[in-house]
Design a protein around this ligand. Structure first.
Ligand code: MOS
Length: 726
């Protein structure tokens, strides 16, 4: 059996728990926070690059056919206009499969309504916008294409199919069972900062100021789109105003800016407006999920079936991984799972806020609630009875799993024992209900590099092309380096978001903090070893604290020890094979109280609690904030979020924040979060797992289960809007 991490990395036997300063884990503020709220953090579209001009993109007015721009010459003569650029490299659809996927049906062919097909460049933004609006775009030889999953060709994802034992027989023999179909609609990431890029060329070298999550990967995508070597591309993304998956892969404006800048020979800025973000970046696929749960008389699962259908554009490989947590969350010897991908002409489907589990665990948790009701069991008790001893499919051990404690502690904190019966509690016009759900998410470590330099003045600098998408990277990497090198947090400068720096993990899939944090940790461990060597002491007998080193009963300042030199080390973490040796995942539990208005059907979440376990907590404040954000989006998923597609042509109907509803402050009650500490030697050298997305993975089900408890109504088609309740 493969050994856990600290064995693979002898440098990491110095545990963060032994460090004297206590920065790691502390609820420290984000150093970028004041910059962001005072407008001094420069976002992609705010750079002023000398000689810069502006590009505005235009959209396809249909879902298929060859794009024809019929008045290009006329538009090109409009005031300030420099160029109308139509280039098929813009039509390729960088998704998240690795290389740049390209559903280009033919030259100049559009694949979905709203696809961005050309860019108009002018001296000023206003001139470019006016010219873009004046451009006549039509589609020739349009065909009839599928825009709804129901009417589309479907491909079974054979590598996602599981048939273990005999589920049909288990369903027949079950004392209690449910066989239900749920649907979840498409979701939009909806980051506050729209996608924007400024491209400038110096000869054959391209610099892109953009807003992206995964810079190394984005650089490769951009180079691939343009047909140039990645070494020629530099991406700068020091501040990112939210991504939620929509900035994992390149959006169309990046390629457009690069192509246009080359065409006009000047730096070009292209910012998508909100409508374009909704229509032409990416979406979470809608899902149709059938759950079959079979239990014995005591509520122990003997069968677990999860069959899902999702959608994507023809040619795209990404399929919302709905079944991801179904493989490891609950017991059940007879298991059947399948994932079908429908080919629809809608904007590209990709990762949005915990792809897979956000919608998959949510529906599993609804089905579990239905089973608890059928079996007459407390929903918490049903879950406790079905925690598998080892992974129910592979038999592997879990690396760490405080799932039982999360269920029990969460129930205690929330006051679950006070739960009313179905439709039993009423306060005036409000029907009151309690609901709960489990949380689960796979854990991923990504290869990551960071350079840490201990400067001769006894301060340090951390450098990596890792991003901070609002999640706390600047804070956390400084905490780790501070503790490891014995420096106050303010003596560590963290530099991020530049592809010229060592390649970080990027921000996504909840892996950012544990992966990039581990790279920083390993770099610091190497610096500690070098200091120890220089002082001729064992590293374990070296105490670094307050910018001083204590060893052999002596104390010297780091600056004195360095004698004008600096020490720079590269930390490099690779997942290796530890990720396959054990089952690594994060767990938790949600509890919600809702009031449903008996007259209007309106649901208000009155309070909500989450208990989560995700390895070492690197910063208690940013970890909690991630969980609050996840639960908030869970409220959105349960009650309001839905991208509405016109069934005739597949265009996005609600393409702005006014009509695509996400929760606002008035929708979110006081949320409480409890974090259960773990030390996971398998997950990462810093013993942390990913927490970023855990808070949404099942959260919506606590609310819809509470709606059932309040009203006796099962809403199986998300979101649970009031029309479905009256
Ligand atoms: Mo995430 S949806 O992997 O940014």
């Amino acid at each position: 059996m493969t050994e856990p991490f600290q064995m693979d990395h002898p440098a990491t036997d110095r545990r963060l728990d032994d460090m004297a300063q206590g920065l790691v884990g502390a609820p420290l503020d984000r150093p970028d926070g004041p910059l962001k709220v005072t407008g001094t953090a420069t976002y992609a579209n705010e750079w002023q690059v000398e000689g810069m001009v502006h590009g505005v993109m235009v959209r396809a007015p249909g879902n298929s056919g060859r794009v024809v721009l019929s008045n290009t010459a006329e538009v090109a003569r409009m005031p300030g206009v420099l160029s109308v650029v139509q280039d098929d490299r813009m039509l390729r659809n960088p998704a998240q499969g690795g290389a740049n996927e390209a559903p280009v049906q033919g030259p100049h062919h559009a694949a979905y309504f709203g696809q961005l097909v050309a860019v108009v460049v002018a001296e000023s933004f206003e001139q470019a916008r006016h010219a873009a609006q004046s451009l006549k775009v039509t589609l020739d030889d349009a065909e009839q294409v599928a825009v709804t999953p129901e009417g589309a060709a479907v491909e079974r994802q054979t590598d996602k199919t599981l048939d273990q034992g005999d589920l049909d027989r288990a369903m027949d023999e079950a004392a209690h069972s449910v066989d239900v179909v749920y649907t979840t609609p498409s979701h939009s990431s909806s980051p506050m900062e729209p996608h924007a890029s400024i491209a400038s060329w110096e000869g054959e070298d391209l610099t892109l100021r953009g807003s992206y999550q995964m810079l190394k990967f984005n650089r490769n995508e951009l180079a691939d789109s343009l047909g140039i070597h990645p070494d020629r591309v530099r991406i700068l993304s020091p501040y990112v105003g939210g991504g939620f998956g929509s900035k994992l892969g390149l959006a169309p404006e990046a390629v457009a800016a690069a192509v246009a800048a080359k065409a006009v020979g000047r730096p070009v800025s292209v910012a998508l407006h909100r409508q374009q973000v909704y229509e032409a970046t990416m979406r979470r696929s809608e899902t149709r999920q059938r759950l079959r749960l079979a239990a014995d008389a005591e509520g122990r699962l003997i069968g677990f079936g999860h069959e899902a259908r999702v959608s994507n554009l023809p040619g795209e490989t990404f399929a919302e991984p709905v079944l991801q947590a179904s493989h490891f969350l609950y017991a059940g010897a007879n298991r059947k799972m399948s994932l079908d991908l429908a080919r629809v002409h809608r904007l590209c489907a990709g990762s949005v806020r915990a792809p897979g589990e956000a919608v998959g665990v949510t529906v599993v948790e609804n089905a579990m609630d239905e089973l608890a009701h059928a079996a007459g069991l407390d929903p918490v008790e049903l879950r406790l009875r079905n925690i598998p001893p080892t992974d129910p499919e592979s038999g592997k051990e879990y690396s760490s799993r405080r799932f039982r404690e999360a269920l029990e502690s969460g129930a205690e904190i929330f006051g679950w024992s006070d739960r009313p019966g179905v439709k039993e509690r009423r306060e005036g016009d409000w029907l009151i209900g309690y609901g709960m759900a489990s949380a689960a998410r796979v854990n991923v470590l990504k290869e990551s590099e960071a350079r840490v330099t201990l400067l001769s003045d006894g301060t340090a600098r951390v450098e990596t092309d890792m991003t901070d998408i609002g999640t706390g990277t600047y804070a956390i990497l400084g905490q780790i380096a501070g503790d490891m090198l014995g420096l106050p947090r303010d003596s560590v400068e963290v530099v991020l978001g530049d592809t010229n720096l060592p390649s970080g993990s990027g921000s996504g899939g909840s892996w950012g903090a544990s992966s990039s944090g581990s790279a920083v940790y390993l770099a610091c461990a190497a610096i500690r070893q070098q200091i120890a060597q220089r002082l001729d002491v064992d590293e374990h007998d070296l105490l670094l604290k307050d910018a001083q080193a204590t060893f052999n009963n002596r104390t010297e300042t780091l600056a004195d020890i360095l004698q004008g030199h600096e020490i720079a080390k590269l930390g490099h973490v690779k997942p290796g094979d530890t990720s396959d040796a054990v089952r690594q995942a994060t767990f938790g539990a949600y509890f919600a109280e809702v009031g449903v208005n008996a007259v209007t059907g309106e649901t208000r979440v009155r309070r909500m609690h989450g208990t989560f376990a995700a390895g070492r907590i690197l910063n208690a404040k940013t970890a909690r904030s991630q969980c609050l954000g996840g639960m908030t989006f869970g409220i959105g998923m349960a009650l309001m979020e839905e991208v509405a597609f016109d069934p005739r042509d597949g265009h996005v109907v609600n393409h702005n924040l006014a009509e695509y509803h996400i929760p606002v402050n008035a929708d979110v009650p006081q949320l409480t979060v409890e974090l259960l500490e773990e030390r996971d030697d398998w997950a990462s050298p810093v013993q942390a797992k990913g927490i970023g997305e855990l808070g949404i993975c099942g959260a919506g089900a606590a609310i819809t289960n509470a709606i059932f408890n309040a009203t006796g109504v099962r809403v199986r088609d998300y979101p649970a809007t009031l029309d479905k309740l009256i």
